[in-house]
Design a binder for this molecule. Structure first.
Ligand SMILES: Cc1cc2nc3c(=O)[nH]c(=O)nc-3n(C[C@H](O)[C@H](O)[C@H](O)COP(=O)(O)O)c2cc1C
Ligand SMILES: [Mn+2]
Length: 502
């Protein structure tokens, strides 16, 4: 088995696994699909294939990533941590000793070599080629997601550009507001690589947009890689097989051969439009702001193309699992630069950039503060508003335990660091856009080295007595949960909530 090679294999797999429902009746892409999907997502329900979307001949796929199981299935992995392990194996490669290790080392190197995209001459994504007036976004079942949205938005695109200075490719997921049959806005935010490519051009930049790729490639477009790393490489590595690319018809850009739909076009340097309002992943409407205009020069498709969509809004939504995939997959890379980090968690309810809980192997005074600053200096994690640091033995995914540590171990005057720095483009809370306050909470144990009193020992029952009670459970006639222990009160959260905390 390997990850699905294209969207159709993925849909077939989801269907075989009881993870997809086909909806044959007509539904409206304006609001109705959002409301149906919202109810399904919040219950951890299946992917939905709407086969009869009002105003379009194309089917619409939504909620393909809506549960942890499906997100892991997309990678053909038992869990997201298993995906991370694959990366960690390569990142932590040491010079091999002995034959067995050498062979293993070669396999690892092969997995890197296989990551590079492969060029092909003909491709399914170009079965139909529409140019000029024939190319029209009106053919697509583009959703208007929320009542006050300015227009329909393409929500799950892989936007491909090249840096005009270096030629290096970038793939990013940036929503596109429909402005007409052959124009959209391009919502690449201030911190994003596609925007940097665009700013580096002096006239116009060619752009291609892949819709409906295999799920790992779709995920990769959302991954926060450093600018000089091609997201298709990451996809190839995670798939264990190169992404196949074909030259687009009207722009000098290679596009995924397996895509359902490809939009080709360009963006002129100084042509801006009002983008938004849009019901965003912050749970609020993002107000209108100027963004560049994308002009469509051609549209290529597979026969009977399936249009992929996603809805963001008040968390949790489907994008929670794309975010959790990034959280898990990037842990080994984060540990490369900050090895004292044991684990971290970006709570879905905190919309990812609002809060980061991190556990560390604390070794010296001020270590928690060092890690806070490291987080504020790492890629897109630099936009994190609040960082909570706990000791290595604390489970960062157990929010009740984290709150217990914050309550028990924090002297707000001493342990809360208030500073400032760059913030998420869409954060409406700071007084100024893009820049504002940040908070670090040191919930680790402190000691005389840090100028405090002796830290008291934590309460722990002896292992002997625990074993004794485990053994005698049945005898007591009391329903004592052998798994619970140490006197902690743990309310059992709703199943979906519990999953999201993982
Ligand atoms: C569903 C979804 C929608 C997104 N929409 C946008 C968007 O409209 N604009 C944006 O700048 N980032 C958006 N992102 C986040 C980017 O895809 C992400 O930051 C990615 O790393 C960008 O690629 P880059 O690092 O190559 O710029 C979205 C992510 C997801 C999962
Ligand atoms: Mn990038």
């Amino acid at each position: 088995m390997a990850p699905p090679r294209d969207l159709r294999e993925w849909i077939a797999l989801l269907e075989r696994e009881g993870e997809l429902i086909r909806v044959p009746v007509e539904v409206d892409p304006e609001l109705e699909i959002t409301e149906i999907n919202d109810r399904v997502v919040k219950r951890g329900g299946p992917a939905l294939l709407f086969e009869n979307v009002k105003g379009s001949d194309l089917a619409l796929l939504i909620n393909q990533f809506g549960t942890e199981r499906r997100m892991a299935m997309a990678f053909d992995a038992p869990s997201l941590d298993a995906v991370a392990e694959k990366l960690s194996n390569v990142l932590e490669m040491q010079p091999p000793q002995g034959l067995v290790e050498k062979v293993r080392g070669l396999q690892k190197l092969k997995s890197i070599a296989d990551s590079r995209p492969r060029a092909v001459r003909s491709a399914a994504c170009q079965e139909l080629v529409l140019q000029g007036e024939d190319a029209s976004l009106d053919l697509l079942p583009i959703q208007k997601c929320w009542p006050d949205d300015a227009a329909p938005f393409v929500t799950l695109p892989a936007v491909i550009t090249h840096d005009p200075r270096t030629g290096v490719r970038n793939v990013g997921m940036y929503r596109m507001q429909k402005l007409g049959p052959r124009a959209t806005a391009m919502h690449w935010q201030i911190h994003k690589d596609g925007r940097a490519d665009y700013l580096a051009t002096d006239g116009k930049i060619e752009v291609a947009v892949a819709l409906g790729t295999d799920p790992v490639t779709t995920y990769s477009a959302s991954a926060p890689l450093p600018k000089h790393i091609d997201e298709f490489m990451l996809s190839g590595f995670l798939r264990g097989e190169p992404v196949e690319l074909v030259r687009a018809k009207t722009v000098a850009i290679d596009v995924p051969a397996n895509a359902e739909i490809v939009l080709e076009g360009y963006i002129a340097k100084d042509e801006l439009t009002d983008e938004g309002p849009f019901g965003d992943h912050t749970g609020y409407y993002t107000p209108p702001e100027k963004f560049p205009v994308f002009h469509l020069t051609a549209m290529t498709m597979r026969r009977d193309a399936v249009y992929p969509s996603i809805v963001v809004g008040k968390p949790p939504q489907e994008d929670a699992w794309l975010g959790k995939a990034t959280e898990r997959i990037f842990l080994p890379a984060i540990r490369m630069t900050v090895p004292e980090i044991v684990d971290y968690d970006l709570p879905v309810a905190g919309a990812f950039h609002n809060c980061c809980i991190v556990s560390i192997r604390k070794a010296f005074p001020g270590h928690a503060q060092k890690v806070m600053h490291a987080i504020w200096g790492l890629g897109m994690l630099s936009l994190t508003k609040a960082v909570v640091v706990v000791d290595e033995w604390v489970d960062v995914h157990d929010y009740e335990e984290v709150l217990f540590r914050v309550g028990a171990n924090v002297d707000p005057q001493r342990d809360v660091l208030i500073t400032e720095g760059p913030l998420d483009h869409l954060d409406h809370a700071p007084t100024r856009q893009f820049y504002g306050g940040k908070m670090g909470i040191d919930a680790t144990h402190k000691g005389p080295q840090e100028g405090t009193r002796e830290w008291p020992p934590e309460i722990e029952m002896t292992p002997e007595v625990k074993d004794l009670v485990d053994r005698r459970c049945a005898e007591y006639g009391i329903p004592v949960d052998a798994a619970a222990g140490n006197g902690r009160i743990s309310q059992s959260p709703r199943p979906l909530r519990r999953l999201l905390r993982r």
